[in-house]
Structure formats: C-alpha cells, structure tokens
Design a protein around this ligand. Structure first.
Ligand SMILES: *Cc1c(COP(=O)(O)O)cnc(C)c1O
Length: 428
C-alpha cells in the first residue's frame, strides 16, 4: 500500500498496526471473520467511484453498464446460494437492512415482536433506544428462565396476546439452533409477517449446519461479514415472490413484496449503492458456493463444540451448557469477576472476546455477567478441535487466576505459538 503510506503515513501506520493485532491475536468475537484477499481487492477497487441510484436496468445515472452487471451477478449468486426468489444486495449493513424491512412492511406505531436485546436479540429487533423501538410498538420474547432456550409455546402466547404485524426471529447471542418452522407456525396463527434475521448464522445455513429459514420466513435479512465471511454489508432475501400477507396490510398498494422491499431501500432509505461493496459481496458469495465453504461452516460448529466442552470441563459455566452453533456464552456469575473484567484480562494475553449480557442478568449492559465468544474467525485460520481444547483450557485458567502473572506470560507464549502455526494474511 505504497500510495497510502506516501499520502497519509498516519493512517497507513494504524492499518499496519491493526493488521499485526489481527495476525498476532486469537480473534474470538463470534460476529467477526477474516475475508479473503480477493474480497478485499474488490472492496478496494474503482467501483467506489460510481454513482448508480436505482437497480440494474433502471438507474438514475448514466454510465452504469458495468455496474449493472456487477449487481446482477451478485443478486443471481445470492438467489442461487440461498435458494430464494428475490435478493436485494444494496443495504449498507445489517441494521439498515432490517430498517428497510420495517419500512416496507409496517406503519409507524405498528406492533413488532422480537427477541429481547438483553436475552440475545439485536438492537434492531425492538430495543427501546433503537429506531425499531422508537417508531414502532415493540414487544419482546426471551428465553426460558430454567433452560435458557426459546420456548415456542410461550412465544406463541405472547404473539396471540400482542397481535404483532411482524415477528422477528434471529439472534446475536443465542448458542442453540433456532427453529424457523416453529416461528412460521406462530406467524401463520396470528397473521404476522415473519422476518428471519440470520446475520450470525448465514454461513452455517449455507453449510447445512443450521436449518435454513427458506421457505419458512416471508423475509430474510443477513449481514455478509459474519459467518458468511464477506465484506461488511447485508442482503434482504425473499423466499418466494408471493404475497400471502400482502393484502392484509397493503390494501391500497398493488405492489408485491419484492417491489416493496426494493422501494424501501431506494428511494425509501438509501441513495447510491456502494458498488465496491456489492462486488466484494459477489466475490464472497462465489467463495461460499464451494465445497470448501461447506467444510468450513461445519468446522466452525465442530470447533465451537470442542471449545465448549473444554471450557465446561475446566470449570466454567456455559449458558445452556454448550452450543449447537458458532458461539458460546460464558456465565461468570460464580467466577468472581465481571464480563468487562474477563474481556480485559483475556485481551491482555491476546485473546479477543466480548462482554455480553446473559439471560436474566442482574448486572448492567456495560459490565454484564457474561462473555460471548465464537469460532468463525479462528476456523478461517485453520484451527481445529485440538487447538480449541487448548484454548478452552487456557481461557479457563486465565479467568480462574486473574492475578497470576506467570500464568499470563505462559498464555501469551501459547497464543503466540498458535498464531505462528496458523498464519493470517502471510502475503502482507
Ligand atoms: C450483526 C447483526 C445485525 C446488524 O448488523 P450491522 O452490520 O452491525 O448493522 C443485525 N441483526 C443481527 C442478528 C446481527 O447479529
């Protein structure tokens, strides 16, 4: 990156430092991953120069012959990969994608039922300080107090009582499988739209390591930068361009769901799409179509299971006792330190995790009782179950001996050795 170093040495140096941090640490935040160099090349391309408000074949700017092909390629791959009828690949990120779905399907004040943030949902699923909780009447479901699992009977009762127009399923901190077919039954019973937000698990869905929301959901949103391993971005997918519920809520509009979603993105919420991002998403979708990606997705889960087993064997308490997917929630209530303290402690030895609320947490969001960690990024680096067992033991030792400096030194050596045997971006 010689041009950058010449023009702006300060930023070049920071990028270099961040590269080293990524290379030399264990990245275990479950929403993060490492994209390929091919994805980054598309992301850093001349496509960033072009304006192309509208959609392929219907642009408000000239000169979009090439961009149209880029976006069409991306849409086609998204439809093929997920087996859906319609794809909008323009959302700038996951939150705007969800916002667009709300904007397309609801009127301000309509009722939305989503998973509570403090129990594993996302900000955009109805949190009171988020647009989704401010402009809509948001009600929530959580997990069972005993099992910490979703209880579909309870969710159905809440839905029958609240009569939401939209039900949102999907999570950011739920270590078990989500049953989209159960959510569909509930949505059908109360005549609500069903939005499945698979931001975290899209890569697992592709790898058949998690049930697909197709055909159960009316609308699917996903980020492209988590388990899917693309650039930052998002997509809105429609399993079928059919309007089961359309007539219920849009009696004055003759537009189908696909038209409503597309119009919600532009002119509803966004201007020009980020074409370099669209191209990079297209590249990552091509990568996700390979057999290697399927192996990758399943390895993420195998690694998470091995890690969970090791953490539990070494005396840590896991929410729901383990995991079915890519992430693990550690309940630190009895460990003698908070989530923030554990996050900082692990950071000191080169292990990056994030503090997180656990269900029914008695502590505050900025210093909750849990940490959340996952395996997508390390699996990209080639880590396997054996490595995970070592890492699980190491994390437990650090958490149980927060003041043992000799142990920390030893762990830093372990982390260093693991990163050396699993190089990241060796080209740089
Ligand atoms: C990450 C995430 C989002 C938001 O994505 P951003 O790109 O951070 O806006 C939305 N929903 C879920 C379930 C997520 O995990």
């Amino acid at each position: 990156m010689s041009h950058l170093a010449h023009t702006d040495p300060a930023i070049a140096e920071l990028i270099g430092a961040e590269l080293k941090r990524q290379q030399n640490g264990l990245e275990m935040i479950p929403s993060e991953n490492f994209t390929s160099l091919a994805v980054m090349e598309a992301m850093g391309s001349v496509l960033t120069n072009k304006y192309s408000e509208g959609y392929p074949g219907k642009r408000y700017y000239g000169g979009n012959q090439i961009i149209d092909q880029v976006e069409e390629t991306c849409r086609t791959r998204a439809k093929e990969l997920f087996g859906v009828a319609h794809a909008n690949v323009q959302p700038y990120s996951g939150s705007p994608a969800n916002q667009a779905v709300y904007f397309a399907l609801l009127n301000p004040g309509d009722t939305v039922l989503g998973m509570e943030l403090a129990q594993g949902g996302h900000l955009t699923h109805g949190y009171k300080l988020n647009f989704s909780g401010k402009y809509y009447h948001s009600v929530s479901y959580g997990v069972d107090r005993e099992t910490k699992l979703l209880n579909y009977d309870v969710i159905k009762e809440i839905a029958k009582k609240e009569k939401p127009k939209l039900i949102v399923c999907g999570a950011t901190a739920y270590p078990r499988k989500i049953d989209f077919s159960e959510f569909q039954k509930i949505a059908l019973e109360v005549s609500a739209y069903l939005l499945a937000d698979i931001s975290h698990i899209a890569g697992l869905v592709i790898a058949d390591a998690h049930q697909s929301p197709v055909p159960y959901a009316d609308v699917i949103t996903t980020t492209t930068h988590k388990t899917l391993r693309g650039p930052r971005g998002a997509m809105i997918l429609l399993p079928k361009v059919e309007d089961r519920l359309h007539d219920l809520y849009h009696t004055t509009s003759k537009r189908n769901l696909a038209e409503l979603i597309d119009a919600a993105i532009i002119p509803g919420l966004q201007g020009g799409p980020h074409n370099h991002q669209t191209a990079a998403i297209a590249v990552s979708l091509k990568e996700a179509m390979t057999d290697e990606f399927k192996v990758y997705g399943r390895q993420i889960v195998a690694n998470a299971k091995a890690l969970a087993e090791s953490l539990a064997q070494n005396g840590l308490e896991l929410v729901t006792g383990g995991t079915d997917n890519h992430l693990i929630l550690i309940d630190l209530t009895d460990a003698g330190l908070s989530g923030a303290e554990a996050e900082k402690l692990l950071d000191e030895v080169g292990i990056t995790v994030n503090k997180n609320m656990i269900p029914f947490d008695l502590r505050k969001p900025l210093d909750p009782s849990g940490i959340r960690l996952g395996t997508p990024a390390l699996t990209t680096r080639g880590f396997t179950e054996d490595n995970m067992r070592v890492i699980g033991k190491t994390i437990a030792e650090i958490i149980k001996n927060p003041n043992d400096e000799t142990n920390k030194k030893r762990v830093r050596r372990t982390v260093h050795a693991l990163t050396q045997t699993h190089p990241l971006y060796p080209e740089f």
